[in-house]
Design a protein around this ligand. Sequence first.
Ligand SMILES: Cc1ncc(COP(=O)(O)O)c(C=O)c1O
Length: 376
Amino acid sequence: MSDSLDAFAAEKLAGLDAASLRRRLVPTARGPAAGAERAGRTLVSFSCNDYLGLSHDPRVIAAAAEALARYGAGAGASRLVTGNSPPLAALEERLARHKGKEAALVFGSGYLANLGIAPALVGPGDLILIDELGHSCLFAGARMSGARVEVFPHNALEALEALLRAHRGSVRRALILTERIFSMDGDRAPLPEILTLAQDYDAWTLVDDAHGLGVVEPGPRAPLEMGTLSKTLGSYGGYLCASRAVIDLLTSRARSLVYTTGLPPASAAAALAALAIVESEPERAARPLALARRFTARLGLAEAESPVVPVLVGEAEAALALSAALEKRGFLVVAIRPPTVAPGTARLRVAFSAAHSEEQVDALADALATLTPDRR
Ligand SMILES: Cc1ncc(COP(=O)(O)O)c(C=O)c1O
């Protein structure tokens, strides 16, 4: 009975192989100090979103271990069913304070947060405007909402305003979705201008701060600030910070909160300890961006706007070859290919961490300069 299923999968895989688009899970043990063990070698990883190296910080690990011992390995059921565990409540209070908001709501992941937020706020008869480079989960939540979805070119304010002008009058509610730092390009959204447009047209703005929290100066806050606990905070989980009324509504209406098991308390405790470190060690928080700028200066690239620097290659096959050549030299820099990025824009996505040394950054830049002499 499953012959046709396997034949379908094999045919699809052959297509992915032919286009250099097949993805594989490579056994890799992450360690401290941006180290990653693969096939018996220790590589320096520039592929990780652990921007402050906090996933291996002894204080973060101790907080998680204590919560694990006290509250157990899992949440048991939805937070609305088993009740709110103390580490989640404490984390929400601290996240809200960090973002200057009245309240926060922690989800099982950033992906789940974005699946839940838009559908709880807008629906059929409403409008969502989304930057074309928005993360896959922003698009997924937008489409699940049933609202009309209009995509605007990356960071294009005029196009955004034209869409608002054309459609705002005929919908009840409008929601703009963008990112503070774009995940695959490392550039920033023009938030002051977007927030002004939103105000002019009575639209609501959600900013996905997955890659900005703690590592770039925050700039203006949007009414809806979502993010993840899995990058700078070194743990796992997602969140939304907003007004008390919005958070209370989402607590009742976000399906990806109501109908899924709560985040394990140890993950919340780890993120809480990490957030305290972010706030108390500004010199650590400034380091990934400084290292990214050192790298872009050494390679003559446009100055980094965040700890994420794309090195554009073009075709998927060439990006894979460059990544493999770097791995031979001891660097883990994974190739990012379509559909994560647009066809013809395959790249290496280089992510900098406070755990990297200047020497490691210079060595990677020099290896790239040697391997891609035409870039200069
Ligand atoms: C911009 C952005 N939003 C949301 C997510 C999803 O967050 P999580 O990994 O917590 O599901 C990611 C990455 O994973 C991301 O890069």
